[in-house]
Design a protein around this ligand. Structure first.
Ligand SMILES: [Cu+2]
Length: 122
C-alpha cells in the first residue's frame, strides 16, 4: 500500500473517530441535561412518599400523628416522629397501636399525611 493511501486512511479513521466521539459526547451531554432537569423537577416539585408503621399517638389538638415508621424509600430511614395531616379524617381514622400504611404528599421536607390505611394491630 502506498504511503499516501496509509496517510489518507489514518486521517479518515481519525476524522471518523473524533467526529463519532463528539457525536457520542453530544448525545451524552443532552441526556445528562435532560436527566438533570428531571431530577431538579423531582427535587423541587410536590411528591408522594409511601410509608408503613405503627401509630404511637394521635394528637389532633396539635395536628400531629406520631408514627414509628419503617424506611420511607427515597426520603428517610426508619424512626419515630410526628406527621401533620391534611384532613381531620386522618386523625379519626386511626388510634394508638394501629399498624398503618400511609401516603405523604408535598415538597420535602414540608410533607403531610394525605391518606392512611389500617393494616391491623401491633
Ligand atoms: Cu421519619
Amino acid at each position: 500500500m502506498a504511503v499516501w493511501k496509509v496517510v489518507v486512511l489514518i486521517d479518515l479513521a481519525l476524522a471518523l473517530g473524533i467526529g463519532g466521539g463528539y457525536l457520542w459526547w453530544g448525545r451524552q451531554v443532552a441526556r445528562l441535561d435532560r436527566e438533570l432537569a428531571e431530577a431538579r423537577t423531582a427535587a423541587t416539585g410536590p411528591r408522594d412518599f409511601h410509608g408503613e408503621g405503627v401509630v404511637r399517638a394521635v394528637l389532633p389538638e396539635l395536628g400531629v400523628v406520631v408514627i414509628t415508621h419503617d424506611q420511607i424509600a427515597g426520603y428517610m430511614p426508619a424512626m419515630t416522629m410526628g406527621f401533620r395531616a391534611t384532613s381531620p379524617k386522618v386523625y379519626d381514622a386511626v388510634e394508638t397501636g394501629d399498624a398503618v400504611r400511609f401516603t405523604l404528599s408535598g415538597v420535602p421536607p414540608n410533607l403531610a399525611i394525605t391518606a392512611i390505611e389500617k393494616l391491623g394491630r401491633r
